[in-house]
Ligand binder design. Structure first.
Ligand code: NI
Length: 174
């Protein structure tokens, strides 16, 4: 299983809309395995395929706090079928926006329809962190990032900071 490079802002690929998966075949499963490993290594609790440059509607997540008790979740073609009016607030971060966090309001509960790792159709009721996380990841599939919910000023500051850090890391003095 391979580790993939996670794209960071301002990479324009992150703004692409991902396409639905026709069938959960071997190739899709290998991609999900690679995504999960890349996410664990980062480390993060959620990753969308577009974050490793693959524009397919696939998300992996693991919200378990204990590294000994892994609980991987796979969502192919996830779709929100219902959202609560009630909102909850979490301080969100994103592997594609390193070291930046902001409080974001999202529906506290939602129902999500998707295909699982074996291609079976499922629907779950999500609340709390699971609800926030799956909404954050589905946003990625539509080219949306959490900074899009912030004021233009806050968003610009974050983009500038990450772009600057990125340049510094890439700088090589010989
Ligand atoms: Ni993210």
């Amino acid at each position: 299983m391979a580790l993939k490079k996670i794209l960071t802002i301002p990479d324009s690929i992150l703004r692409q809309k991902s396409l639905p998966v026709d069938k959960v075949n071997k190739e899709v499963k290998t991609l999900m395995d690679d995504m999960l490993n890349t996410m664990y290594e980062a480390p993060g609790i959620g990753l969308a395929a577009i974050q490793i440059g693959v524009p397919k509607r696939i998300v992996v997540m693991d919200l378990s706090k204990d590294p000994e008790k892994k609980n991987p979740m796979y969502f192919v073609n996830p779709e929100i079928t219902w959202k609560s009016d009630l909102k909850s607030t979490y301080e969100e971060g994103c592997l594609s926006i390193p070291n930046q966090f902001a409080k974001i309001d999202r529906p506290e509960k939602c129902n999500v329809k998707f295909l699982d790792y074996d291609g079976n159709s499922k629907e779950i009721k999500a609340e709390g962190l699971l609800s926030t996380c799956i909404q954050h990841e589905i946003d990625h599939l539509n080219g949306v990032l959490f900074i899009d919910y912030l004021s233009k000023l806050k968003k610009d500051i974050i983009i500038k900071k990450v772009s600057k850090d990125k340049k510094e890391t890439e700088r090589v003095v010989v």
